[in-house]
Design a protein around this ligand. Structure first.
Ligand code: XCC
Ligand code: SF4
Length: 643
């Protein structure tokens, strides 16, 4: 890749950036894309265009390379081969591919969960300096769910016993995961009846890899059911452990304020960015940037201080607990480098484009990879372990500070002002805002002030105009008195759009506005990172239990308007398998099997009480969701309106 430094800004760039209106709805995105073009920096959009047209067989899920008798393809037009070399037909090939997609997503979240459980264990052994138990009360509550007697035991002993019990969850000897007991009894019975109660977290993923090996599970229906079990092992297993242990170690989020977009970078400070998903590293960086000697060093280097900001979900984790500003979501991760104002980006894992190291080389930015399992081209690898994390974090922050003098002030381009937001809505915080119980929410639902609630979640994808799906859908929902809970990159998009300040209640429908104003909350609640989607499951379970119904009876829905990742596929499936209708914006590679399509979009209703819908247009997705919510309200005997 070439770099061609330019020193141009202001008006001219903003005119020039108009051509990027089809790429992103965000002002900072458009301006940074224009800047990247001037600098001849290639971005994810350029590479996407270079891939067009993408392979039709793969888009439909009809290609298989699960063994070396292949690779094989099935002709969707019925003229060419209809079976792979082994005899697998379209249904088998598509479902096997889909199953492996779920396995990868579930594995990613769950392995992230495992890393946190390991830190918890090390803390209990006194081998993780810098880490501590920040929410001992939550730890005790969770420990009792695992059947651990906490009476008279000290905190570290409980931590050790809990970490060991959690490690058991990954194994193969159980009949069901502990935390499924948070789901309503009827839902658990459905899972049992279908034979999809998630057992060991690793077991379900491993079994999916086994089943999809040539010559194992060749029944697309049974494979789909196992995919649901595999996804449930993520939602009620790996991801749930990740969230709970993060709260235990770093504190359970409470409402707080911060700022967002590329304007959070500061021209006169050392800018350090954390990117990835796991708070294990970023929390240590957060501690290090508070150290007086390092702040002092920054001043000696001519900076006013150290500015730590986040990207993607590790950013969401720090935002939720520490109020650290967010620079952007998935499609902004390359563009943030183009500001020329970043001294260091530290990455852990997931959603980190392998292109970042190369772009950083066009600037003075240092790129550091930190996880033993995630390495990237043109990044320096400095491995974090619980034992060395505190010290290494200090070393790296020092290096970032020293790098400030290498910044070329003439190339710095931070063209926008940040937007305010409120975050920190854990289930505990939501219940507290409601006065300690879900009753006020239930009353508002019954009265029709709030018609229902929707989780708007998931990624960005260059196939969809950046942030357009999230923001359009969310706006329509809140305008129609539907409370939105969001996570991940969707949460970043909605915050940038200004939906996350209490004053945003003014754009909500009259009922939702009244409720938000009374509670002093925004109409769109930031629930956290992508593993934190489980907070929505827990809340849904609590609501269902309070009303003595199943989750599938509630006026709820899920949406992932711009999803790209295998993790998002796993989320969508565990949400559906938990009984929540979900509308996704990008088409998953399953259209090659109309049998599978019919199963997930129609027949799952009779099996799991919820289906998946695909609707790329967020306006239409909003209508689908509103109709669904009114249907569920009718089922509960609540007043309905015509949609
Ligand atoms: Fe990644 Fe979590 Fe998707 Fe964003 S939303 S692109 S998965 S960072 Ni998780
Ligand atoms: Fe082809 Fe069957 Fe091998 Fe897949 S598993 S590559 S369809 S022979």
């Amino acid at each position: 890749m070439q770099c061609n430094p330019v020193q141009e800004g202001g008006e001219k760039m903003s005119d020039f950036s108009k051509k990027y209106q089809d790429y992103t709805i965000t002002k900072d995105g458009q301006l940074m894309l224009a800047r990247a073009e001037k600098e001849q920096i290639e971005t994810v959009w350029d590479r996407y265009k270079a891939q067009l047209p993408q392979c039709g067989y793969c888009e439909l899920g009809l290609s298989c390379r699960n063994c070396v008798m292949g690779p094989c393809r099935v002709d969707p037009f019925g003229e060419g081969p209809q079976k792979g070399v082994c005899g697998a037909d379209a249904d088998i090939i598509v479902t096997r591919n889909f199953g492996r997609m779920i396995a990868s997503g579930a594995a990613s979240h769950s392995d992230h969960g495992r890393d946190l459980v390991e830190v918890l264990l090390k803390v209990s052994q006194g081998k993780a300096p810098g880490y501590e138990i920040r929410d001992p009360e939550k730890m005790k509550r969770v420990a009792s769910e695992f059947g651990i007697d906490t009476e008279g035991k000290d905190i570290l002993q409980i931590a050790g016993e809990l970490a060991e019990a959690m490690q058991e969850e990954f194994g193969t000897r159980k009949e069901s995961l502990e935390l499924v007991s948070r789901a309503p009894e009827v839902r658990q019975q459905t899972w049992k009846k279908l034979g999809i109660m998630p057992r060991g977290i690793d077991r379900e993923t491993s079994e999916m890899m086994h089943r999809t090996h040539m010559g194992v599970d060749n029944d697309w229906q049974s494979l789909t059911l196992h995919a649901a079990r595999n996804a449930l092992s993520d939602g009620w297993g790996g991801s749930m452990l990740a969230t709970e242990v993060s709260d235990i170690l770093f504190g359970t989020p409470k409402p707080l304020s911060s700022v967002i977009n590329i304007g959070v970078l500061k021209e006169d400070e050392v800018n350090i960015i954390v990117h990835g998903h796991n708070p294990v590293v970023s929390e240590m960086i957060y501690q290090a940037v508070q150290d007086d000697d390092l702040v002092q060093l920054a001043k000696e280097k001519g900076a006013k201080g150290i500015n730590l900001v986040g990207l993607c979900c590790t950013g969401n984790e720090l935002l939720m607990r520490r109020g650290i500003p967010m620079a952007g979501n998935h499609l902004m991760t390359e563009l943030v480098l183009v500001t020329g104002a970043v001294e260091m980006i530290l990455v852990d894992y997931q959603c980190i484009m392998p292109s970042l190291g190369e772009i950083a080389k066009c600037f003075h930015t240092k790129m550091i990879s930190t996880s033993d399992k995630a390495r990237f081209p043109k990044m320096e690898h400095r491995e974090f372990h619980p034992e060395n994390a505190r010290e290494l974090a200090r070393e790296l922050v020092k290096e970032a500070v020293e790098n400030f003098t290498n910044r070329n002030p003439d190339r710095v381009y931070i063209p926008v002002e940040p937007v305010k937001l409120m975050a920190g809505f854990s289930v505990e915080a939501i219940l507290e805002a409601l006065g300690g119980s879900p009753d006020p929410l239930i009353e508002a639902l019954k009265a029709g002030k709030i018609r229902g609630a929707v989780g708007v979640v998931g990624c960005n994808n260059p196939k969809i105009k950046h942030d357009y799906g999230h923001v359009t859908l969310t706006r329509r929902l809140i305008e129609n008195d539907i409370l939105v809970l969001d996570t991940g990159c969707a949460a970043v998009a909605n915050a940038k759009a200004g939906f996350k300040v209490p004053e945003a209640a003014d754009i909500a429908g009259p009922g939702l506005k009244e409720v938000c104003k009374a509670l002093g909350i925004p109409p769109v609640l930031h629930v956290g990172s992508c593993v934190d989607n489980v907070r929505i499951l827990v809340l849904a379970g609590a609501l269902a239990n309070a009303l003595n119904v199943d989750i599938s009876d509630l006026p709820l829905a899920g949406a992932a308007p711009e999803w790209y990742s295998e993790k998002a596929a796993s989320i969508a499936l565990y949400v559906v398998a938990s009984g929540i209708y979900t509308v996704i914006g990008t088409t998953p590679p399953i259209l090659g099997s109309m049998n599978l399509v019919k199963l997930v979009t129609e027949d799952l209703e009779g099996i799991l009480g919820a289906t998946l819908a695909v609707e790329p247009d967020p306006e239409k997705a909003a209508t689908l969701i509103r109709r669904h919510i009114e249907k569920k309200r009718a089922g509960l005997g609540l007043p309905t309106i015509e949609v």
